[in-house]
Design a protein around this ligand. Structure first.
Ligand code: GLY
Length: 298
């Protein structure tokens, strides 16, 4: 099986006219780096779960993406982070929400996947992280110039800033996996949880059908059970992954929500669809590595 890896760095109201060429280049370069890290794991025979986790860790560590380091802040200025992952080979899953001191929430989600539980939240999740040796940071780590100014902007303009990061992969063993991580929606109410840590909404993987990771207005993705709906459309309606994804995104649009989805099948067919002005996204396989934010990919 030829390996393949896709990522998204969030769908949103990106503006081609106001984004500086420096910022554009850094965003693309960070996605290329993340793809290379994940693909190196796949190339040496590693599994899709590890590849998606390491891809997401790289994006969590950047200040340009709404996850980890520069995760969106609540209206009182706190980063409450969510993440989940699913192994399509075993259907094991790990989910975490509302953690405030975990440097890489996706690494904590993986520890949860390897435990007797599926979903841990808040204080209990951090206590578990301590037992498992997951890296802690102070709240200050998450407070960057970028997300403070975004928080002020959102408060003034009362608009929604979306974002999330995620990756899906097919490994040489024919197995699929999905990982997703987010700070949620900027200026969110403390305690609010979106689709990202919810299996079937923001993340899903079944190696016989597909692996999905979503980004967008989480409330709508939860209500439409977005990731699992794509899987069931493929399974029962025999839609290809691109059609199934478009149908679900259109359904979300008709409910009033926007966002984007990446997905891959066991045959390596893929989708990178969005209903926002742009989506940070990319993929890598044996032939090429392509990234983009707007229509064109390079
Ligand atoms: N899609 C991320 C969120 O709504 O929290």
């Amino acid at each position: 099986m030829k390996p393949k890896l896709l990522l998204h760095g969030g769908a949103g109201n990106f503006d081609k006219n106001t984004m500086s060429s420096d910022e554009y280049s850094i965003r693309l370069e960070t996605m290329r780096e993340a793809l290379k890290i994940g693909y190196a794991i796949l190339e040496r025979g590693g599994n899709s779960l590890d590849a998606t986790v390491e891809t997401v860790v790289h994006l969590e560590n950047s200040t340009y993406f709404n996850a980890g380091k520069s995760g969106a802040l609540t209206w009182n200025g706190v980063a409450e982070l969510d993440a989940s992952l699913m192994d399509g080979a075993t259907k094991n899953a790990g989910c975490v929400s509302n953690v405030t001191h975990i440097k890489n929430p996706i690494l904590l989600a993986r520890e949860i996947l390897n435990s007797e539980h599926v979903f841990l939240t808040g204080f209990g999740a951090e206590e578990f992280a301590l037992q498992r040796g997951v890296e802690f940071v102070s709240q200050n780590y998450f407070i960057t110039e970028e997300n403070l100014s975004d928080l002020e902007r959102v408060k003034k303009a009362n608009k929604v800033i979306l974002g999330t990061v995620g990756a899906v992969a097919l490994d040489i063993h024919g197995q699929l996996a999905s990982s997703t991580s987010t700070g949620g929606i900027m200026n969110k109410r403390p305690g609010r949880v979106g689709d990202t840590p919810i299996i079937g909404a923001g993340t899903y993987a079944d190696s016989t059908i597909g692996a999905i990771s979503a980004t967008g207005h989480g409330e709508y993705f939860i209500r439409s059970v977005a990731a699992f709906s794509i899987i069931t459309r493929m399974q029962y309606l025999h839609e290809d992954i691109n059609l199934a994804t478009k149908e679900v995104l259109n359904q979300i649009l008709s409910m009033g929500g926007t966002g984007g989805i990446i997905g891959i099948t066991p045959l390596g067919d893929m989708t990178l669809e969005y209903t926002t002005p742009g989506m940070q996204r990319g993929f890598v396989d044996e032939n090429e590595i392509l990234v983009g934010i707007f229509e064109e990919m390079e």
